[in-house]
Write a protein that binds this ligand. Structure first.
Ligand code: HAM
Length: 443
């Protein structure tokens, strides 16, 4: 019996995994410059947390969660998003007592049972950030600037930032009635999905992907034009701050978002390079969620973005290549004594912080050298009885083709000098040279 990965899941193999590491490192760097600190939460939580946090009537909770009952009959769910988990952790660990504005970021797998297609998986990965404890529009601007900076760090261009305000419990009830009044005469012609939304969450009809529904909803009153004074001045403040930060954000009154916790600011960043699943980043303010989940009333704002989608856009847009980590030296054995010596010398080199490899498959010398070449080793040396007896060998520079006599005792030191390898255990990082921000994997 042959096993295959589950539908909608994906193996991340080398060399692609190297591109992931590179990108994750860049994301962490940007998060740290914005003074966000990493949070890690469990992969599963009690189902009720998500049902309550995201909203019973959302697609995520209604149709997409991976929910199971464990042996002690507890209902658990693999996390479909991070915000509810972060808020749970914030409350449980009294994080608000340590700091009045808690700024955290994450990189984590998420699970949603959606129909898989390009850019849509059942296990996918999000990076994101949450700022809990501040109600000012300047934090919304900080979060949007952070999301934009990560895209900048990835070298991505051509994305659109679209913002909206979805109001609050003061302005939404009257607006919902206004919207229903507009849509009621068109109800029979709307899709089944939109008809269901009419009673459950009428605002979500506005961000439908159904073309006919879009046409029918054109000209509908928008929440951004029906805000209470507080929400309106928050939205104005955000737009002015974004202008100040030179972030080009288009106001799009149809952004509603598929999670129920949003209040005031909601935003999305899309890329034309993504096709139909064009949302790269989604986020907004959720001032009621902390109290909804049992904490003190605490305003908050955040965003999340799909790693797979980010990498898709990076691969599409970039012509730069990411050099892969390669051994600094390949120590080949000419005969049996050479084999034993080669492994010991490989270990010495590694201890000295030099990425080193040798042959483990008893290959011929010719095929060992071919392997050194395939692995793009920077240097190679052949060692056999003669070299061991004389304590001398010849170091071959695999790129230049030049050969230099070396004392075997000083092999690691010599390679270190030649490669400029620093005093680091992560030798792979020290040998592949510049090009840290490059994107495409060099094969
Ligand atoms: P979301 O819009 O559901 O928001 O997801 C954010 C991003 O995750 C999407 O824009 C997309 O890039 C990626 N994503 C979502 N579902 C999939 C999927 N099935 N396959 C691949 N990528 C996917 C949230 O999750 C909110 N928690 C964002 C937030 C944080 N709001 C406030 N704080």
């Amino acid at each position: 019996m042959k096993f295959r990965s589950v539908k909608g899941t994906k193996d991340i193999l080398p060399p692609e995994s190297f591109l992931w590491q590179h990108t994750e490192e860049m994301i962490r760097g940007v998060m740290h410059t914005f003074n966000y600190r990493e949070i890690r939460t469990p992969v599963f939580e009690e189902t009720a947390l998500f049902a309550r946090g995201i909203g019973e009537l959302t697609d995520i909770v209604g149709k997409e969660m991976y929910t199971f009952t464990d042996r002690s009959m507890t209902r658990l769910t693999l996390k479909p998003e991070m915000t509810a988990s972060v808020v749970r952790a914030y409350i449980q660990n009294n994080m608000g007592e340590q700091s009045s504005l808690v700024k955290v970021y994450y990189l984590s797998p998420m699970f949603r049972q959606e129909r898989p297609q390009a850019g849509r998986l059942r296990q996918f990965h999000q990076y994101g950030a949450e700022a809990i404890g501040g109600g000012s529009y300047t934090i919304d601007a900080d979060i949007i600037a952070l999301a934009v900076s990560v895209l900048g760090g990835a070298g991505i261009t051509g994305c659109s930032v679209r913002i909206n305000s979805v109001g609050c419990e003061n302005c939404r009830p009257a607006y919902r009635e206004k919207l229903k009044k507009f849509l009621r005469p068109k109800l029979d012609n709307l899709s089944e999905e939109s008809r269901a939304r009419f009673d459950l969450n009428v605002m979500r009809i506005l961000d439908t992907k159904n073309e006919n529904d879009r046409k029918l909803a054109a000209g509908a009153p928008l929440i951004k034009d029906n805000l209470c004074e507080e929400c309106d001045s928050h939205f104005t403040g955000l737009r002015e701050t974004l202008r100040e930060l030179k972030i080009d954000a288009e106001v799009d009154g149809t952004i509603v978002r598929g999670l129920d916790y949003y209040t005031k600011t909601a935003f999305e960043i899309t890329s034309p390079d993504l096709g139909s699943q064009d949302a790269l980043v989604g986020g907004g303010r959720y001032d009621l969620l902390v109290s909804e989940l049992g904490g003190k009333p605490t305003p908050a704002v955040g965003f999340a973005a799909g790693m797979e989608r980010l990498l898709m856009v990076m691969q599409k847009q970039s012509s730069r290549e990411t050099p892969l980590p390669a051994p600094a030296i390949f120590i080949a054995a000419a005969d049996e004594p050479g084999r034993k010596w080669a492994l010991a010398a490989t270990m010495d080199a590694r201890r000295a912080g030099v990425a080193a490899e040798t042959d483990f498959l008893g290959r011929s010398l010719k095929s060992q050298m071919r392997e050194a070449d395939r692995q793009k080793a920077l240097f190679a040396i052949v060692v056999g009885r003669t070299e061991i007896e004389t304590g001398k060998g010849v170091l071959k520079d695999m790129r230049a083709g030049t050969e230099t006599p070396v004392e075997l005792d000083a092999l690691a030191t010599h390679v270190r000098q030649m490669t400029g390898a620093a005093d680091s255990a992560d030798a792979s990082d020290t040998v592949h040279g510049p090009g840290k921000s490059a994107h495409r994997i060099k094969r």
